[in-house]
Design a protein around this ligand. Structure first.
Ligand code: NAD
Length: 364
């Protein structure tokens, strides 16, 4: 077993050194006990950019060479979505631990195959659900777990940017995977059904705008507004409960989350309708201090220590599966103009819930 403090570091190979891959290389280079040994990309400019900053890193022309390097313990995959499954599968079969970018793969069947393979080969399989490692999401989860919000009523997210988006996925799979992973982490339960609509503008083959609703037991509703066409960036999530509401604005520098005690109350007595009043209970607003950490550093640390300590990371393959399963159902609904898609009725979902526990289990 490798220790992050021993003289034998965990040796990482990164495939895909574009926008996000370069952030991964930087973060892993700064984790104690980890060495970025090699990077692979077919774009020579991307490779040159890494070499300039990290002269000791080896450059590999293709993925096969990265996998066949026996000095590499773990592979980080930051290439387009369509390559996630084949690269992760090959890496696991080659005996490597795997950190794969979000979304984990293109279907829940692929996700289950990767989980099974990682378990059989006793390797760590992790998905970069970056936001789970942010102070804001961690704090929101601790408030929900402590019961501070009361019963959960709704989750309402707006994620908008003016950008080109990804080359091989629509706005649902790109931006939606962030929100779905946050919801999955905070709700602690799976939605029972989902409906989604979307549209392709500006001649794009992919939807660049989408609205998704996910339904949970007890009338809890989650709504997602995903948009690549906005004139400005918006990253806001409201998590409303019977006692308090969290307003999370990821673009805020100092007060990313605000917790409101203010709520509305309605009388549901048998009074005539004209006597029913919605009241507003005012209350305090509190903005807790959050450590200004880089979430991606948390991802890199968790991956390294999951390998060292032989345990499942927070954002493990099961978390990746649940997000992909919801994306898949939302895509099915979007293809059918918003038809409600049941999640519990899926034989695959039933099989998965029998096979896999929601809670992380140690890697033997
Ligand atoms: N977690 C996050 O917050 C976050 C943010 C941005 C992107 N991402 C994810 O990271 C991945 C990459 O996104 P990006 O924005 O960096 O894209 P990008 O286009 O900037 O980078 C992708 C890189 O992969 C390389 N590549 C593609 N196919 C390859 C192959 N077969 N072999 C070797 N190299 C190959 C390309 O040359 C390119 O340099 C996507 O899956 C995306 O969803 C995650």
């Amino acid at each position: 077993m490798k220790s992050v403090f021993s003289s034998s570091p965990i040796r990482i190979g990164v495939v895909g050194c574009g926008y996000w891959g370069q952030h991964l290389v930087r973060n892993f280079s700064e984790v104690s006990g980890v060495e970025v040994r090699a990077v692979c990309d077919f774009n020579l400019n991307s490779l040159a950019a890494v070499k300039r900053r990290y002269p000791k890193v080896e450059l590999k022309p293709n993925f096969r060479e990265l996998i066949s390097d026996t000095r590499i313990d773990a592979i980080v995959i930051a290439t387009p979505m369509a390559t996630h499954f084949p690269f992760a599968r090959t890496a696991l079969l080659g005996g490597k631990h795997v950190l794969v970018e979000k979304p984990m793969c293109t279907s829940s069947v692929e996700a289950l195959e990767l989980i099974e393979l990682a378990e059989k080969r006793n390797r760590v399989l992790m998905v970069d659900h970056t936001f789970l490692y942010s102070s804001a999401v961690s704090h929101a989860r601790s408030l929900i777990e402590a019961g501070d919000l009361g019963s959960l009523f709704y989750f309402d997210s707006i994620r908008i940017s003016l950008g080109l988006g990804q080359s091989d996925m629509n706005v649902l799979w790109d931006l939606g995977s962030h929100d779905f992973s946050i919801l999955d982490h905070l709700a602690g339960a799976d939605p029972t059904s989902v409906s989604a609509i979307g549209a392709c503008h500006l001649g794009s083959a992919f939807e660049n705008i989408a609205c998704v609703s996910a339904y949970f037991p007890d009338r809890v509703i989650a709504r997602f507004h995903l948009n690549w066409l906005g004139p400005t960036k918006i990253r806001q999530i409201l998590i409303g409960g019977s006692k308090k509401t969290i307003v999370y604005d990821d673009l805020e520098t100092n007060e990313k989350i605000k917790i409101y005690s203010k709520k509305n109350s309605a009388s549901h007595s048998r009074e005539p309708r004209e006597n029913l009043l919605t009241g507003y209970q005012s209350g305090d607003m509190f903005a807790p201090h959050l450590e200004p950490i880089e979430a991606l550093r948390g991802v890199a640390n968790d991956f390294a220590s999951a390998i060292t300590d032989r345990r499942c990371p927070l954002s493990d393959g099961h978390s990746g599966y649940r997000v992909v399963r919801l994306l898949e159902a939302a895509q099915t609904s979007m293809n059918q103009n918003g038809r409600l898609v049941e999640l519990t009725a899926s034989p695959l979902a039933r099989l998965a819930s029998q096979l896999y526990q929601r809670d992380s289990v140690p890697v033997n």
